[in-house]
Every structure is written in C-alpha cells, then in structure tokens.
Ligand binder design. Structure first.
Ligand code: HEM
Length: 173
C-alpha cells in the first residue's frame, strides 16, 4: 500500500526540479519554518487567549489573524509536498515509511479535525463573543488546549523525522 502511495506521490517534474537546482530544498525549508512560525504563533496566541491568558484583549481582536494562519498552513502544505514528492534519495517512500512522518501526518489530521469542529459546532462564534476580561466557554477552552497540544506535536514529530531511529529505539521498536 505504501509503495503504491509512493508511486502516486512521486512527481517527476518536482523531483527533477529539486535535483537540478540546489537552492530549492533550503528555500523550501526556510518557507516551511516561516509557515510553521506564523501558523503556531498566530493560532497559538488565539488558543492562549481562549484559555484565559492576555485577558485585556477581546477574542475577536485575535480572530482577525486566523486567515494568515490558514495561508501559513498552505505554505507548509506546498513545501511539505515538494519535500515528499521530490525527495532525491529514494523518493516519497523514504518519508511514508518513516514513523515520525506517519505520526506527524496523523497529528496534523487531528489538529485539522479539531479546527473544523471548533468552527462548525458554533464554539467559535461563542468564543469570538468573549469581551476583554471575559471568560471563553468551556468547550472552546477544550478545543484551544487540544489545538495547542496537536500543533506542538506536529512540530515535535516534524523535527523527529531526522531522528526516527531514536524514536523507534525509545518506543522499543
Ligand atoms: C501540511 C503538510 C505538511 C507536510 C506534507 C510536511 C512535510 C515535511 C517533511 C517531508 C519534512 C522533512 C524535510 C526534510 O527532510 O528536511 C518536514 C519537516 C518539518 N516540518 Fe513539515 N510538513 C507539513 C506541515 C508542517 C506543519 C504544519 C508544521 C508545523 C506546525 C511542520 C513542521 C515541520 C518541522 C519542525 C520540520 C523539521 C525541519 C527540520 O528538520 O529542519 N510541518 N515537513
């Protein structure tokens, strides 16, 4: 199954592009870091306010940054896809068979599901109505705590990609 997915994701145009121009990978890494910093920085700030920090700021004031967070996620999706589709030493299978990558993508999916539930369950509208010095609803606080945990785990597993053997050793695998 992973082999078939790897063939599906193996986009030769991207592979050739990555192999031809040595600057592509480091530039994508740079954008991946910028995207991660903006995404976790802005969404994280909103999560911390919902959890009760920075009470002087009404939630709505931070809500305005969410579109930048979404754009930052798109940057990471595009650069992440270039990493996987264009991986020079063995192709996508090198990432797909990497436990840290699998856990990163799984946690990323949980973070996105949590975000969807927050927005489409009415929790967001109630949280956004929280004034300065006000307390956000408990349900919104649970979603904010989960959001912070998932995004930090995405970063952790992203970093562990290069130390997958250490993770396997730690897990006794
Ligand atoms: C949306 C889909 C994403 C995909 C497909 C993806 C894929 C990847 C891949 C393949 C790498 C390894 C690059 C390398 O070998 O140097 C990587 C590194 C990393 N990613 Fe992502 N990523 C995505 C989103 C994210 C997000 C949203 C974050 C943070 C919130 C993130 C954080 C990281 C970190 C911290 C690294 C380690 C960079 C390093 O070792 O220097 N990624 N990502």
């Amino acid at each position: 199954m992973l082999e078939q997915l790897s063939q599906l994701l193996s986009v030769h145009v991207i592979g050739n592009f990555v192999n031809t121009y040595a600057w592509v990978w480091p530039i994508c890494e740079m954008f991946h870091y910028v995207g991660m910093s903006l995404l976790v920085g802005l969404i994280g700030l909103l999560d911390l306010r919902i959890l009760g920090l920075f009470k002087g700021i009404p939630v709505k004031a931070l809500d305005r940054f969410v579109p930048i967070g979404i754009a930052a996620f798109a940057v990471n999706f595009i650069t992440g896809f270039i990493f996987v589709a264009g991986y020079p030493d063995g192709g996508p299978i090198e990432y797909l068979s990497n436990l840290s990558f699998q856990l990163k993508m799984g946690t990323l999916l949980l973070a996105l599901i949590n975000l969807m539930v927050f927005y489409y369950s009415g929790l967001h509208a109630r949280a956004a109505a929280t004034p300065a010095e006000g307390d956000a609803p408990v349900g919104a606080k649970v979603a904010a705590a989960l959001s912070l945990m998932f995004w930090v785990l995405v970063i952790f597993f992203g970093r562990m990609l290069m130390y997958n053997d250490t993770l396997l050793l730690f897990l006794g695998m």
